[in-house]
Design a protein around this ligand. Structure first.
Ligand code: ADP
Ligand code: MG
Length: 274
């Protein structure tokens, strides 16, 4: 008989923020890598037309085997997936993703919000964690991510301007729930990124976030450090690039926190199921 762990559903986490430059891609890359190092089966999906996640792995951003072809239903997700050297699987992004909105309207796509959900049906059981790196927008690509996600993580910089966009994310998620695109969607993680511990206003912003998202803000702070910037240009994740430096420590601590939350959830579930 299969074990409970083997039949457990994949966590599908949409990483969203309409602001660019808040470390969505950096977080998807390094959380994914960290979880793979701890033996989890990880799939990363690049839904951004900038395709930064894809180029971080050293792949081009004009490939013809990307999420774009999957959303257009001209290729299956298995046809476009790549196994990366750090153990994660990647569904690449491409610049063509920027045309999805226009394509969907021109060709009057049916079930346009659910195309990623349908595509993932055949493979999602093979993964423990699936992360979707979303573009800084609230369009069809993001709706596809939110329709299939079981959870949402929001990376955010602890500075006043960065906090302003949060209500629009919350509103979007409320809409997704109320329109029954995905009624079980929840924000389960807020990641404080590019953190500067010595900046006084950062502390106030953290307090604001902890009040706005009780028990959701991760305790780990991802500090601002040049190695995370350098790693992006090296085709490596932070554990490959600089395993003994601050960036790797912070993302490693965040991965520990994610796994700790998973363990608590599993314990609650097994108590509940008797
Ligand atoms: N903790 C950090 N310290 C320093 N630079 C960072 C950190 N996190 C991300 N960066 C850099 O900030 C920029 C934006 O990050 P990125 O992950 O591309 O954001 P997004 O995907 O939200 O647009 C990139 O140049 C990245 O290398
Ligand atoms: Mg990005």
């Amino acid at each position: 008989m299969p074990t409970k762990a083997a039949t457990k559903e994949a966590k599908i986490i949409a990483v969203v923020n309409n602001k660019g430059g808040v470390a969505k891609t950096t977080s998807v890359l390094n959380i994914g890598a960290g979880l793979a190092r701890r033996g989890k089966r990880v799939l990363l999906i690049d839904a951004d037309g900038q395709a930064n996640l894809t180029t971080c792995f050293g792949f081009p951003k004009d490939g013809k085997k990307s999420l774009y072809e999957v959303l257009c239903e001209t290729k299956s997700i298995k046809d476009v997936m790549i196994k990366c050297t750090n153990g994660v699987s990647l569904v690449p992004g491409a610049e063509s993703l920027n045309t999805v909105e226009a394509q969907a309207a021109a060709a009057n796509w049916d079930m346009r919000e659910f195309r990623l959900k349908h595509a993932l049906e055949e493979i999602k059981d093979q993964y423990d964690y699936i992360f979707i790196d979303c573009p800084p927008a609230m369009d069809t690509r993001v709706t596809n991510a939110l329709a299939v996600a079981t959870e949402v993580y929001i990376p955010v910089i602890a500075e006043p301007l960065s906090l302003q966009g949060l209500d629009s994310i919350i509103n979007r998620i409320d809409q997704i729930i109320s329109k029954r695109v995905n009624s079980r969607l929840r924000i389960t993680g807020v990641i404080i990124t590019l953190f500067k511990p010595k900046v006084a206003i950062a502390k106030d912003c953290v307090m604001y976030l902890e009040e706005k998202f009780p028990n959701v803000v991760f305790h780990t702070r991802i500090r601002d450090t040049v190695t995370l910037k350098e790693a992006t240009a090296s085709d490596k994740d932070i554990f490959q690039y600089a395993p003994n430096k601050q960036g790797a420590w912070d993302y490693s601590a965040l991965v520990d926190e994610i796994l700790k939350r998973e363990k608590i959830e599993n314990e609650k579930e097994s108590t509940h199921n008797g």
